[in-house]
Structure formats: C-alpha cells, structure tokens
Design a protein around this ligand. Structure first.
Ligand SMILES: *[C@@H]1O[C@H](CO)[C@@H](O)[C@H](O)[C@H]1NC(C)=O
Ligand SMILES: *[C@@H]1O[C@H](CO)[C@@H](O)[C@H](O)[C@H]1NC(C)=O
Length: 484
C-alpha cells in the first residue's frame, strides 16, 4: 500500500446507507485485492438481500423529499460534489489504481472524466424543460412536465470504478431520483470514496445508498430488478447479465438502461494516415490493458497498407512497459483477474491453432499479467471474431474493399463502438452511416465525452448516458390537460 493510500480518509471499509457507513446485517465481510499483487487492500461488508431491501426502503423514503428539491438546489450540491472530487483527485486515483490496476496517469484521467459527468449533470439539472403544446381544441390547454423516474437501482463494473458510477448517479440525482448502487466487488473502494465526498458536499442522507457484496451479487441484482419500490434499473456489464436483469425487470415493467458488451471493429483503409491510425489503435485497443467495452476487438486493415500498419503497430507495442500501476513508467497494468487472463489465453491459443501468427507478445507473464499482443492473419473462424477479448490483444484481419470491410464490421450481434480511418470524404460519410453501432470514431480512437451520448445498439444495450440525452433516461414525461 502506498503511503498516500494509508493516510487518506477516503478508503472506507463499510457500505453506505442513509448517510452512514455501515456493516452487513450478518456482519460478514470480504477482502478486496490488488490485482497486480494479490495483496489485500481492505475489507468491505458482504451484504445480502436483507441489506439491499433496507437500502431500497431508505431510497424510497428519501425520494419523497428529494424529488421536491429545486433543480437549482440539486445543481449546487452536484457542483460541490464535483469540486470535492477534483480536490481529492490524487487520493481517488491512488485508490483506483490499487483496486483496478490501471496506471496512475490513467486513474487520474478517469477521476477527471468521472467528475466531468457530475459537473455536466449539475448544469443539465436546470434544463429539464417541459412543453406547452398548441391545443387542437379551444377550451383546453396541453402541458408536459418532466418528473424524476423515482428510485433507481444502479449496478456497475470494475473497469471504470469511478466514471461508470458518476455517469449514472450524476444524471439520476440531477433529475431528482434517489439511488441504490451496487459497485463491482473487485472495486468497491472507488465507489465508497464517492459516498464520503457526497456527504461532505451536503447531499442529503438517503439520496445515495451503496451496498457491497461478492457472494450475493445475483440475488441483489434480482432484488433491484424485481422490487416494486425500484422504478428504474441502470446496468453496465456483460450482455448475458443484461439479458437476465431485463427478464427479471419485466415482472415490474422496469424502465431499464443497459450498457453491455461490444465487439468494436477498427477499420483502416488504404487512403488513411497510417501513423495516425496506429496511434488511434494503440489508444482504442490497449487503454486500460484492453479492458473497456469500447476497446477495438477486431482490427480490419486494407491489403494495401496491412504490412506497414502491422509493422508500425508492433513497434509501438514493443515500447509498452507492463507492471504495477503505481510504478513510474508503467504503461499497462494487470488484467483484473485470473479468469480474465484465462480468456485472453484461450483467444490467443484458439487463433494460433487456426492459423493466426503472433507478431508480438502472446504469452502469459505471471499472475494477472499478460503480454501486450499483436496477432496477424486472423480470419472469421477464430473466437476473437465473435467474442469480446477484454484484454491486450490486437487482432489484425485483412480485407480488400469497402463493402467487405462493412460486412465484416457489422457481422456481429453487438453494436457499441466502431472506428475507421480514411481521408476520402465520400467514404467517411458512407462508412459512418453504414456501421451498425451507437458511436463511431472517424480518424480517432476515442469516443467518450461527458457531453456526447454514450451507448450501443443491437445487443450492446439500451439507452444513452452522458449528454443531454442521458438526463432523459431518468425523467418521465407527464402530460397535463387543463380545461379553461
Ligand atoms: C501510463 O500509461 C500511459 C500510456 O498508456 C503513459 O503515457 C503514462 O506515462 C503512464 N503513466 C506513468 C505514471 O508512467
Ligand atoms: C482460416 O485460416 C485457416 C488457416 O489458414 C484456414 O484453414 C481456414 O479455412 C480459414 N477459415 C476461414 C473461415 O477463412
């Protein structure tokens, strides 16, 4: 543990209900480990459905008063929360690196990115306008107002332990909703630190509640999906779990937002700026050691520049330094778990067994560390084509023309992000329109901004987060018809 981590008062080894840091009703706890070393960072409560029900009751009671606060009051509180996140950026980043493994630069970047959603929704809180509709009849007036959905259940992943929470909570609180959050068991400390700062920001007790669990994740997800007191569920994670929650949520016609898996294509055409494409691919493929849902999974490279692109990509990947995220100069940290390493191994082995060649890396180092890898001669028979790797493996497929590239890119049930590089303006429009995804990066390898809509189509999810659209997910429209 770093000296800074030891002295921060933001490392909370307790869950958060009704403004208090609390234990589980059973008093059980589980350990949270540094994925780079396996060392225990601390313990948090092992909560079960009983605790979750308590948290839901608190959120439900608090809703009565919170929904009546003014947009300005909520906006001011969110602004203070944002300021505190920025003031405590270093401690938050240290906690994040300790439990997630990404290097400190990336962690600091995530804290700024995460905080930006709070600021954005502090501003958007004041713009939840309604409508006055010109009436078709003389004696009536037609009005639409927007009101908070109610109590929101939020389930978040470990890969962005800060930002995936703020992107949801910022919008929920801005709209006037209260929330019960279940952070990933791998990374609860980043989440709990936000609760401490929310207290300091003056966000009333009971507005945000957080239940931690490892063993009872499924039951708590089910409780959130099925409870009549929870009006909306927002989940970021795997498509499999998303489908299950949607099914469970059907029993109460739950409003639901899902940010699920992707299988992002990254296309480079012959007319691209190859150096820029290589830089874009480095960011898009290897950020967070390949563990983001918008990471490119299939690099589709046109035959004319395939060899040049591959050579330059390998040169860049060779410069990576793998190690503990706290170590100076380390560009890539560990994977989150042994299971994650196993999946990467399986994908590489499968590709190689079907004829792919390893241009760089391709080996398990030790523990949760895997070499950043470049695979050539990929084809559609290989597992990487259809499954998200979620690891540091750049898989290069060769294509010959635009139609083939689009067909390959869209040949997946997923549709989160897609990227392509070209300098032909006609092609840029054609391909951007043809890609079956929610977000397209044209000559850029990153598509995430607090002000832009994040989300997928097909089996990558429902709804959008961030941006002006993100607030709508937490608002209901009420039509008022008035006789005069
Ligand atoms: C973290 O990695 C990035 C590249 O992914 C690199 O630019 C940065 O310098 C690294 N940070 C540290 C502290 O070494
Ligand atoms: C993939 O490549 C292998 C090895 O070259 C070949 O045997 C196989 O037929 C290819 N499959 C497809 C679908 O192209």
């Amino acid at each position: 543990m770093t000296p800074q981590l030891k002295k921060t008062n933001l490392l909370k080894e307790a869950a958060f209900i009704n403004g208090k840091f609390v234990g589980a009703s059973t008093n059980q706890r589980f350990a949270v480990k540094d994925p780079a070393t396996g060392e225990v960072i601390g313990e948090v409560p092992e909560m079960d459905v009983t605790d979750c029900k308590k948290a839901i009751d608190v959120a439900s009671n608090t809703l009565k008063t919170w929904k009546k606060t003014t947009a300005k009051a909520r906006s001011d509180m969110l602004e203070r929360w944002y300021d505190l996140m920025i003031e405590n950026k270093e401690s938050l980043a240290q906690i994040l690196t300790a439990e997630n493994g990404k290097n400190l630069t990336e962690s600091r970047g995530e804290i700024e990115y995460g905080a930006s959603f709070i600021k954005w929704f502090a501003e958007e809180a004041r713009r939840a306008y309604g409508d006055v509709i010109p009436s078709p009849v003389a004696d009536k007036r037609l009005i639409v107002i927007q009101q908070p959905v109610g109590v929101v259940g939020i389930v978040t992943p470990w890969n962005f332990p800060n930002a995936m929470i703020t992107r949801k909570l910022g919008a929920a609180l801005a709209a006037g909703c209260t929330a019960v959050v279940k952070p990933a068991h791998e990374t609860p400390f980043s989440a709990l630190a936000l609760c401490e700062l929310a207290n300091q920001a003056g966000i009333p007790e009971g507005v945000i509640n957080m239940v931690t669990t490892q063993k009872h994740t499924k039951d708590i997800g089910k409780e959130m999906a099925e409870s009549e007191k929870v009006h909306k569920l927002s989940f970021t994670g795997s498509t499999g779990v998303g489908k299950l929650l949607m099914e469970q949520g059907a029993s109460t016609i739950k409003k639901i937002s899902l940010e699920l898996g992707g299988n992002a294509p990254f296309i480079v055409f012959n007319d691209a700026d190859v150096d820029a494409a290589v830089e874009g691919a480095i960011g898009s493929k290897f950020r967070n050691t390949g563990q983001t849902c918008v990471c490119s999974n299939r690099l589709l490279i046109q035959s004319g520049i395939y060899d040049e692109f591959a050579k330059k990509l390998v040169e860049r990947v060779k410069k990576f330094k793998v190690g503990h995220g706290f170590e100076e100069g380390v560009t890539h940290g560990p994977l989150i778990s042994e299971a994650a390493v196993e999946k990467v191994k399986r994908h590489v082995d499968d590709a190689v067994s079907k004829g792919a060649s390893i241009a760089q890396g391709g080996k398990h180092i030790k523990g949760n560390f895997y070499e950043p890898t470049v695979l050539l001669d990929m084809n559609t028979s290989m597992a990487i084509t259809t499954e998200e790797t979620f690891g540091p493996v750049a898989a290069l497929y060769k294509f010959s023309n635009e139609d083939e590239a689009i067909e390959l890119a869209n040949d997946t049930p997923f549709g989160l992000a897609g990227y392509f590089y070209s300098r032909d303006v006609g092609r840029i429009w054609r391909v951007a329109e043809a890609m079956e995804v929610g977000m397209v990066g044209v000559n850029c390898g990153s598509v995430s901004f607090e002000s832009a809509p994040f989300g997928g189509i097909k089996q990558s999810g429902l709804g959008r987060e961030g941006s002006k659209y993100g607030l709508e997910e937490y608002l209901e429209k009420k039509f008022i018809c008035m006789s005069i």
